[in-house]
Design a protein around this ligand. Structure first.
Ligand SMILES: [Zn+2]
Ligand SMILES: [Zn+2]
Length: 353
């Protein structure tokens, strides 16, 4: 299969080896990127990077290459409830309306899977986690107070720290792995729009450490309706491709749009355009929503070009008219991230400082 349609598949142009920048030995150039072989285009990210350079880097396949080093301010999609851009997170009660509650993935016995945290809390309580009190209140911890009591379970959220900066290292010229790389829980996937980290599946219930909790003690992290939340250290990140989370809410297996009228509507996300550009994976290939756009119409990716096991394929897109290998979000499964990557990447591709 030809992945590198942008540089031609006949091998006449650089794919990964001879003419990369390794001979000029990248002195952390402060030039903005003009390398047409890479797929980072600042104009696609809706917010400007604080710094944008190219540096020498080593990939997990031990290859030395050139990486984009991109630093963004953390929490650029909004870090206050008042701006209406993030949340809701933990519902206060099992009677809270689901459109005012966050979502989570609860993999217990009673109604497992992706669901409103109202339902997840009820299911957890039924499974022996003491997360709902006698009055129907859902126990809550913001992770910063350390107020959890032994024996109880909690819905978790965290506070924002917008003094943080997030730095990504992403190869300019993608290099194929011999085998696809499948994401583990909370692996880094790459860089979303606005410089927001994209992260693989969130944990389900994390059982409190020995000695703190007892039977019935386990905590579930809260995601907002766009599938994101602040890390305990304070930076916001997504566990979903947010451009397409509304196609998941509307999917037959969930039907949450109709049942509960819940949706992602963060003003910084192209949430009503499930074929939108969604970011750059950590292997350097672009990410898109669940659909393709052809002549202004959304269509199934598989009707444009066959999808591989990582939900990727090559064709021309609005952003890359010469053609590009790219991944698509899943249309009707939660989380909706592509399952794997075809290219190699830097082991610690994202860092927060
Ligand atoms: Zn997370
Ligand atoms: Zn496509």
């Amino acid at each position: 299969m030809c992945l590198y349609s942008i540089s031609g598949c006949g091998g006449s142009d650089s794919v990964s080896t001879t003419d990369s920048d390794t001979t000029s030995d990248t002195e952390t150039s402060t030039e903005t990127n003009t390398d047409s072989s890479g797929y980072f285009d600042a104009s696609l990210f809706d917010t400007s990077a604080l710094s944008q350079t190219q540096v020498s880097c080593t990939l997990e396949n031990n290859s030395t290459t050139t990486c984009y080093q991109l630093t963004f301010a953390a929490n650029t999609v909004g870090d206050t409830e008042d701006s209406g851009t993030i949340g809701p997170y933990c519902p206060p009660s099992i009677n809270t309306s689901r459109d005012e509650a966050g979502v989570g993935i609860y993999d217990g016995t009673t109604t497992p899977g992706f669901q409103s945290l109202v339902d997840a809390a009820v299911a957890m309580d039924a499974d022996g986690y003491d997360i709902v009190d006698e009055d129907g209140n859902i126990r809550f911890s913001d992770l910063t107070q350390g107020s959890e009591e032994a024996g109880f379970s909690y819905c978790l959220s965290a506070n924002f720290d917008s003094s943080l900066e997030v730095t990504f290292l992403i190869p300019v010229t993608p290099e194929l792995r011999s085998e696809p790389y499948y994401f583990g829980t909370i692996d880094s996937i790459g860089m979303g729009v606005n410089g927001i980290p994209l992260t693989a599946n969130p944990p389900s219930v994390t059982v409190a450490e020995a000695g703190v909790g007892g039977t019935g003690s386990g905590n579930i992290p809260a995601l907002d309706l766009c599938g994101g939340h602040p890390d305990p250290s304070g930076y916001y990140h997504w566990h979903f491709i947010p451009q397409s989370i509304n196609t998941v809410y509307a999917a037959d297996d969930y039907n949450y749009t109709e049942l509960y009228d819940i949706s992602c509507n963060n003003i910084y996300i192209d949430y009503d355009n499930p074929s939108a550009f969604a970011g750059l994976a950590k292997d350097g290939f672009p990410l898109y929503g669940a659909l393709d756009s052809v002549d202004g119409l959304d269509t199934e990716p598989a009707t444009v070009a066959e999808l591989d096991e990582c939900n990727g394929h090559s064709h021309a897109t609005n952003e890359y008219p010469d053609g590009v290998y790219h991944y698509h979000a899943l249309q009707d499964q939660a989380p909706n991230n592509p399952p794997c990557l075809m290219g190699s990447f830097v082991d610690r591709s994202v860092s927060v400082q």
